[in-house]
Design a protein around this ligand. Structure first.
Ligand SMILES: [Zn+2]
Length: 199
């Protein structure tokens, strides 16, 4: 069964080791969780496959969508393009082990947030401070943003300083969390409070 192996960084024909078929709530067609072994590196992979109708009475199981190891997060449509384009690039850089480039793209996403909110400062440092002053972010998010800004500067200027995999992973997590906070959770909370007012 075809599935993407994150270690081989390619699609592989996974060897089926076990499977469980079930109907999800409100689902007319069954789906299957499949435990697979990568035929190249022997890693364990867990995938989800769905039973698709391809003809009148004809069905086939789809390629497996990987559930574990956890795939890259799908970015929310609520993020503006000026932010999501950089975040998407940051994820690609991380997957390709380009950790300095990943840090730079995380910083670029931060710059995108400043532009989206029309901050007056041209640099990220000033923009971030303005977002804090305008209460768009709080102090903790500001600190995470500062960490991104500093590492973005390390990455953007030629030097012999390296950025480790674990640091790049953390920076990407901070960038995603900042975007969740600003574009998703704030809106969700505002809608939640609006509903309380109406009830
Ligand atoms: Zn593999």
């Amino acid at each position: 069964m075809i599935i993407e192996c994150p270690y081989c960084e390619s699609k592989v024909d996974g060897i089926i080791k076990g499977e469980h078929e079930t109907y999800g709530e409100h689902e007319d067609c069954p789906s299957k969780r499949v435990l697979l072994a990568c035929p190249i590196c022997n890693s364990s992979l867990l995938g989800l496959t769905e039973h698709w109708q391809i003809g009148n009475e004809e069905y086939k199981w789809s390629d497996a969508v990987r559930l574990w190891p956890e795939p890259d997060r799908v970015l929310s449509w609520e993020l503006p393009d000026i932010v999501s384009i950089s975040l998407n690039e940051a994820q690609k850089c991380f997957s390709s082990k380009a950790y300095i480039a990943c840090a730079v793209m995380c910083g670029r996403a931060l710059e995108g947030i400043c532009k989206d909110f029309g901050t007056k400062h041209n640099n990220i440092a000033g923009g971030l401070k303005e977002l804090l002053d305008r209460e768009i972010i709080d102090k903790r998010i500001f600190d995470w943003g500062e960490a991104l800004r500093i590492h973005r500067n390390i990455g953007a200027h030629a030097s012999d300083v390296k950025i480790s995999k674990v640091d790049a992973s953390d920076l990407l997590d901070f960038a995603l969390a900042i975007c969740d906070y600003i574009y998703i959770l704030r809106n969700k909370f505002e809608s939640f409070m609006e509903r309380r007012k109406g009830s």
